[in-house]
Write a protein that binds this ligand. Structure first.
Ligand SMILES: Nc1ncnc2c1ncn2[C@@H]1O[C@H](COP(=O)(O)OP(=O)(O)O)[C@@H](O)[C@H]1O
Ligand SMILES: [Mg+2]
Length: 278
């Protein structure tokens, strides 16, 4: 089996330090993986039995092109996750459709006036609906500053999400649960990105068992998500009243924390091998 490990030639992919570990595990499962940049025009995707989206992290600035690419690739080979999932999942508007508890969000679409009906919160997070790695995302206690950032993003034609800052990300932390083929693999506690402390390789993540309520919610979220996912990452935070809620369901190009759990790379590879046979 020949599989494209979809990355990019953009410097963003230099952050991908789990590529070799994934490719080694794939090889152990009989899969010959090759890193390929998603926008390399010389690639014939039908040369591969499948393409797996991994560190294609420059798609953020060219989402429409990326979604069109995904559909094109899918007409030539199998794509994981599927193009329809990528189209749905690259815009956080999907959070409104899942029917599960999420971080309270004030949505602003084109034509909205951000200053008018912004709720009163102690601290705001303002982020675009299409983003990754907290790109173009701010945290502020100043309601006017929150409205101004929202207005600037709207002016660029983007959908905007305004949320209360959830302080538990700095104590308990954000919990990411990793799944392969719908099977739970492992979970990690994440570094708080808007805390003012820079993320490093050392503080990025710690392996952690989910609490029962977090596990139950993650299972509910996966049941509400599209089927047949090679990988899924469910990112949860706890509200001040203790309720776990979804902050992001990453089905497009999640970092998988393969270095944090010894068994994870093989589970990833075995799941891919199974899906390629099926
Ligand atoms: N409402 C919030 N309260 C606290 N921290 C937040 C909030 N929204 C985002 N963050 C921080 O910013 C990071 C990125 O936000 P997220 O919604 O996951 O978007 P993305 O990862 O796609 O950029 C989160 O992992 C978290 O650390
Ligand atoms: Mg995130």
């Amino acid at each position: 089996m020949k599989v494209a490990y979809v990355t990019t030639d953009h410097p963003a992919a230099e952050q991908d330090d789990e590529r070799e570990i994934a490719l080694a595990a794939w090889l152990g499962a009989g899969i010959e993986g090759s890193p390929v940049s998603w926008h390399d025009p010389r690639v014939d995707w039908s040369d591969f039995d499948a393409a797996v989206v991994r560190s294609a992290w420059d798609y953020i600035d060219r989402r429409d092109e990326f979604v069109a690419w995904a559909h094109r690739v899918e007409s030539a080979t199998r794509l994981f996750n599927p193009a329809s999932v990528i189209e749905w999942n690259t815009d956080k508007t999907y959070l409104r459709t899942l029917g599960v508890p999420t971080v309270p969000t004030h949505w602003l679409v084109q034509g909205a006036e951000p200053g008018r009906d912004l709720p009163e919160w102690d601290e705001y997070v303002v982020k675009p609906a299409v983003s990754a790695g907290a790109r173009d995302t701010i945290r502020t206690a100043d309601r006017d500053a929150a409205a101004a950032h929202a207005a600037a993003l709207l002016a660029e034609g983007r959908t905007v999400m305004v949320q209360p800052y959830i302080p538990s990300v700095e104590q308990e932390g954000e919990l990411s649960l990793l799944y392969f083929g719908g099977r739970f693999s492992h979970a990690v506690r994440r570094h708080p990105m808007l805390s003012g402390v820079a993320e490093t390789r050392e503080n990025r993540a710690t392996l952690r068992d989910p609490d029962d309520d977090q596990f139950a919610l993650a299972e509910r979220i996966l049941a509400a998500a599209p089927p047949d996912l090679l990988y899924a990452r469910v990112d949860l935070v706890r509200m001040p009243d203790g309720e776990p809620v979804l902050i992001e369901l990453e089905l497009t190009e999640p970092y998988l924390f393969l270095r944090d759990e010894l068994a994870a790379p093989d589970l990833f590879a075995e799941t891919l091998a199974e899906m390629l046979k099926g």
